[in-house]
Ligand binder design. Sequence first.
Ligand SMILES: Cc1cc2nc3c(=O)[nH]c(=O)nc-3n(C[C@H](O)[C@H](O)[C@H](O)COP(=O)(O)OP(=O)(O)OC[C@H]3O[C@@H](n4cnc5c(N)ncnc54)[C@H](O)[C@@H]3O)c2cc1C
Length: 393
Amino acid sequence: MSEKNYEVAVIGGGIVGSAVAYYLAESGLDCILIEKDEVASGTSSKCDGNVTIVDKDPGFDSHMSLVSQELMSDLDGKLDIPFEYRAHGSILVCDNDDEMQAATDWVKTQNEAGLKFNVLDPKDIRNESPYFAEDIPGGLECETDSLINPYLFCYSLVDKAKRNFGLEIKTQAEVTNITKEASGEFLIETLNGDVRAKKVVNAAGVWAPFIGKMLDLDIPIIPRKGHIIVGSREKPVMFRNMMEFGYLMNKFGRDRISDEITARHGVATVMEPTESQNFLLGSSRQYVGYDSSIDIQVVQTLARRALRFFPKMDDFKIIRAYTGFRPFTEDHLPIVSAVEEIPGFYIAAGHEGDGISLATGTGKLMEEIINEKSETIIPTEPLRFDRFAKANV
Ligand SMILES: Cc1cc2nc3c(=O)[nH]c(=O)nc-3n(C[C@H](O)[C@H](O)[C@H](O)COP(=O)(O)OP(=O)(O)OC[C@H]3O[C@@H](n4cnc5c(N)ncnc54)[C@H](O)[C@@H]3O)c2cc1C
């Protein structure tokens, strides 16, 4: 058994746990990151890398994203391992005139909130990429959006925190039990030895409910599966991220005009050029538990939907496909919070399709909560764990 008592143990080495551990260690706390497999082996390596506001609800959601984007830009200057940060903005394209009207209204709302959104007409869309379909009515742009490689970003955070701020990392260490002892400290049992800590942050993504159960806590997060196709570099289709407007409708469960199979698999096109100019083509949204198998029907639906926007890409080569689990909460906001009934226990999980965008804001906020700072970078109230008990979700 480890003799050392850590100030904080962070469970889960995904993008959220890595960011939380980074900011805690930077603030001077003696901190350990515990991961059942390797860093970034969960959802954070089975996703896209969009750091976006374009797909956020106006208000708190957008504000948290903007703060997180600023922190990401700051880290680009601070971290030593490059993580393919590209701040070129992103675009959202419309399928039909109804969506174009909704997109125009969306830009107005976001502009009124001070965010840098612009309406794009059909000419702008063609200037963006000659591969777009001729009949796209337009779209919108968010100037501050960026792209990263999430996998590299996790390693970059952990590397810096380890070398500069003394963060310890324990991998291949699945947490199997947690006990709160009479002293108030936590005993964390793992498959790679025990750990003692005064405080624990549960950053286990879609597995956070299993960690909660170890302390008799119900955490309302469920997996929302997504498929992605990796396409090979053939021609420079475009250099920044593109989503279709229907992505917003799928994400927030709103009505959308689409065919039956597209609706059934929750498919909406997202096209992300990687730094090597391969591309990631997504994505789907399904509630099918923790089954990570690839469904060829979903892959076909993704490809067919992408051809609506990029018809000239019908002969592009596919390298592979993969799936990941978004940690879904009912109100589409993550939990970044202390747990009142278990003093010293905190949750940073439930980021659904936004964990890459919101990881930095989450990490910084968790550091401020644990260090009991009177002012925080974003309000804590909307992210509290007890909102679910109050709403009886
Ligand atoms: C297809 C797809 C596309 C996406 N695209 C984007 C995007 O473009 N932009 C965006 O912002 N978000 C996107 N997301 C969402 C984003 O990927 C997630 O919100 C984010 O990765 C969640 O990070 P996390 O650290 O909470 O979880 P994870 O990365 O899953 O990390 C949790 C970690 O906890 C570990 N763990 C679990 N149980 C234990 C245990 N008992 N003991 C120790 N460790 C444990 C796991 O091994 C894992 O490494 C996408 C998701 C998917 C599926």
